[in-house]
Design a protein around this ligand. Structure first.
Ligand SMILES: *Cc1c(COP(=O)(O)O)cnc(C)c1O
Length: 409
């Protein structure tokens, strides 16, 4: 019988200390913040820090233009609206993602339509997305979940051949590269988040990338109450939101961007260690390597526990891992099972007398029963800590019989 900590055994991570917290304050961030404060130029209409960050971040992601916004949710809303998505338009999204991917469409009166994921990768399946296209489909949002790129060859081709806008949801994929190209540069637009958990953060924040100058102007207008660049203060040529980021946030984000490459080297190394230790563990299933994925963004470390999932023991595994010292997450409830989203989606279609396409998503349902993930701070610890995390997961994965008892208690 395995000595699970949840049953009184020694925790796998005992005496190894805490993993580094996230976010990590540093001197560069503090100095940048104080500089903005003392300057008195706190908003981007007065200062230039947001504009500098937009330029630097767009370059980092291989895009010509970057438009900073208040968060990743409204980045998707602004992107869709700039691309002309409106009431009744269908937007194809994966069900296995954060709710914002779908709610962004709803905020515009558009209809999110779910297409199933590939269970090996948790990513939107291009074939399922193609099958979900109707004459009302206006946009498609591949999500680069956990830092792994969706198949952008397939989605770019789908967008081109069917005249559908491709919005890349890159909230979890800062620094991710597919065939050497940064995400956010392959679709029509890319959206990013700088919310606290994300790999670059200022507490909140977001950004939209594009290389299309007309879309960049439309985005500027969306974010700046309908103004156009160089136009008058009260000359609102469009109806737009105020989605501006503050200079404080941009100051912190510039310093975060500078440390990101080094942070990623560490996460890459630690995730390889984890993979190596978990690859041969029975009951643990990792996504197969993708030769086109030239750089993984490592926002989450995703894995499946199919045997435990089949026996309804995934949540018990999460509990057992917590006792070992690993705070894993049971992951998403898929959005095609979320009543709030479904009710609004059906209503949006209904208002225009449209049918609401509800294809089943059995593979999203399946992965939702057996997936767990680790947040990226678990990829920033010492080698010893990393090996102990792998040992904890292996121990729990092999303990189906003992986990039954966890559920009974
Ligand atoms: C975090 C996240 C968002 C939304 O970003 P916020 O900044 O929290 O609004 C959108 N999509 C995905 C996949 C995310 O992980």
């Amino acid at each position: 019988m395995a000595d699970l900590a949840v049953h009184g055994g020694t925790p796998a991570l005992r005496d190894l200390g805490e993993f580094p917290a996230w976010p990590q304050p540093d001197e560069a961030g503090e100095a940048a913040l104080v500089e903005v404060y003392r300057s008195g130029r706190w908003g981007s209409t007065a200062g230039s820090v947001v504009a500098d960050f937009e330029r630097e971040f767009a370059r980092y992601q291989d895009s010509r233009h970057g438009t900073a916004v208040v968060n990743g949710t409204l980045a998707i809303v602004a992107a869709l609206r700039a691309c002309g998505v409106g009431p009744g338009d269908e937007v194809i999204v994966p069900p296995y993602t954060f709710i914002a991917t779908a709610s962004a469409a709803l905020f515009l009166g558009a209809v999110p339509v779910f297409a199933d994921v590939d269970p090996q990768t948790h990513l939107l399946d291009p074939a399922a997305a193609a099958a979900a296209i109707t004459e009302r489909t206006r946009a498609i949002i591949p999500v680069h979940l956990a830092g792994r790129a969706a198949d952008m060859d397939a989605f770019s081709e789908l967008g081109r051949s069917r005249s559908i806008t491709v919005v890349e949801d890159c909230a979890q994929a800062i620094g991710t590269r597919f065939r050497g190209r940064a995400v956010g540069s392959m679709g029509d637009v890319g959206t990013f988040s700088f919310q606290s958990s994300k790999n670059i953060t200022a507490g909140e924040g977001g950004l939209v990338t594009t290389s299309d100058p007309a879309l960049a102007e439309a985005l500027y207008s969306q974010v700046n109450v309908g103004r156009t660049r160089g136009g008058g203060w009260y000359e609102h040529q469009h109806v737009g939101y105020n989605l501006r980021l503050t200079e404080f946030q941009a100051a912190v984000l510039r310093t975060q961007l500078r440390r990101h490459p080094a942070d990623q080297v560490l996460r890459e190394h630690r995730s390889q260690l984890l993979r190596a230790d978990l690859d041969q563990v029975e009951g643990v299933q990792l996504a197969p390597p993708d030769p086109h994925l030239t750089s993984h963004g490592h926002h989450l470390f995703l894995l499946r526990l199919p045997e435990l999932g089949r026996r309804g023991l995934r949540d018990a595994a999460v509990k057992a891992l917590a006792a070992e010292g690993v705070a894993a997450s049971p992951g998403y409830v898929p959005l095609h099972r979320n009543e709030a989203v479904l009710t609004e989606a059906r209503a949006a279609a209904d208002r225009l007398g449209q049918p609401y396409p509800e294809a089943p998503c059995p593979r999203a349902d399946l992965v939702a029963t057996d997936t767990i993930w680790l947040p990226h701070r678990y990829l920033s610890g010492t080698e010893e800590q990393t090996r102990a995390v792998a040992a904890a997961i292996a121990k729990v994965a092999r303990s189906a019989a003992e986990l039954d008892e966890v559920l009974l208690r």
